[in-house]
Design a protein around this ligand. Structure first.
Ligand code: ZN
Length: 105
């Protein structure tokens, strides 16, 4: 059986910490979670090379610190995460959450 999260903590607005039932503690930056969003739109976006002919820009949402505005379990296998840039279609499975982040010693 896959370990379950037993505690979610926002250490600061940029850092989420999850304590798991097998006593593993993993820290994630919100940016990392956002960049690994598993929804179809984001997967498609990541699979395309970024256009290089344009002058680089900062979109309004990229000038704001990214935060999690909501994180709720979906059944027993995933979390729905709402990000402060308005993106909320990603379902983060527990398997994915175990792959991301940095395990704390
Ligand atoms: Zn997404």
């Amino acid at each position: 059986m896959i370990p379950q999260p037993i505690e979610l903590t926002l250490l600061d607005p940029d850092t989420l910490q999850i304590s798991w039932s097998d006593e593993i503690v993993i820290r994630y930056t919100i940016r990392e979670l956002r960049e690994n969003c598993p929804c179809a739109t984001c997967i498609e976006k990541r699979s395309k090379p970024a256009p290089t002919e344009l002058m680089p820009i900062l979109k309004p949402e990229e000038t704001q610190p990214l935060a999690i505005t909501r994180m709720e379990p979906q059944g027993r296998y995933a979390y729905a995460i709402d990000f402060s840039d308005g993106h909320n279609t990603g379902l983060f499975t527990l398997d994915l959450l175990r792959e991301l982040g940095e395990v704390q010693a």
